[in-house]
Design a binder for this molecule. Sequence first.
Ligand SMILES: NC(=O)c1ccc[n+]([C@@H]2O[C@H](COP(=O)([O-])OP(=O)(O)OC[C@H]3O[C@@H](n4cnc5c(N)ncnc54)[C@H](OP(=O)(O)O)[C@@H]3O)[C@@H](O)[C@H]2O)c1
Length: 275
Amino acid sequence: MNTKKIGFIGGGNMASSLINGLITSGHSASQIWVSDTNPDTLQSLAENLKVNITDNNDELVKNVDVVVLAVKPQVMRLVTENIQNSSDNKEQLFVSIAAGISQASLAEWLGSDVAIVRCMPNTPALVMTGATALHANSVVSNEQKDLAENILRAVGISLWVEKESELDAVTAVSGSGPAYYFLLMEAMEEAALQLGLSEKTARLLIQQTALGAAKIALESDDTPSELKRKVTSPGGTTEQALNTFNDGGFTSLVSKALHAARDRSIEMSKELGEK
Ligand SMILES: NC(=O)c1ccc[n+]([C@@H]2O[C@H](COP(=O)([O-])OP(=O)(O)OC[C@H]3O[C@@H](n4cnc5c(N)ncnc54)[C@H](OP(=O)(O)O)[C@@H]3O)[C@@H](O)[C@H]2O)c1
């Protein structure tokens, strides 16, 4: 992968994290190109990460093997339609990280015979702990799949989904997921203050507990249900709290919330495809 030239259209938050991750994992900065409409963004990427920069998307596409589309969904149509005929490289791969832009829209804007991987990353990618699901169209080769996976793996874990429709569920689970944990942290913090802890103490305990729970879950083969049972003594404090969550309909509320997010993802894809 080190020999492949990777270009990013849009050099904002997500692209700079990916570039940082790629360089940290050994990819040469001289093999990375970025184009952006914002001269300050380009300048800072050139100074800090020593990558090649241009304000011309067309020029970037002509120069690279992989084009990572890292602009906001609202400008994706404009950007992709403008680069449709920029390159005659039949082996070129396009990787879109934009939320809600379907393979069908991308193929319509870039060309139906173009190799396209659509990804759904999440915000923790900004701190190299992202979770990304990827979907490839039928033009993408195995080598190109490896390439796309390696790019996203620079900022966390990445995995493939077979059906594109699964990306709407992924959006509801890991895409929006960080906010669910923040909501729980917020609610726990409020309750901890009511129980007499200071904000500083409560926040640190809650953050470290979230990290610890995630670490145990990641390192264990047990299901969440088994993990929960193992930390719950009959008649103890945890059981009291869990019973209270259950009485309040916690599980069905979570299900409702994720269904609502999934449905909104489907709706948004339709809206963005029509723009
Ligand atoms: N941030 C996340 O955690 C996250 C998570 C999942 C998915 N994503 C997806 O990642 C993509 C990028 O998000 P982001 O947060 O990195 O956005 P961002 O920080 O706004 O970066 C986008 C960059 O693209 C530039 N741009 C705008 N129009 C352009 C054009 N025509 N040609 C070239 N560059 C152009 C923008 O310049 P200006 O600032 O001057 O407009 C900006 O520097 C989005 O599609 C988003 O859905 C992000």
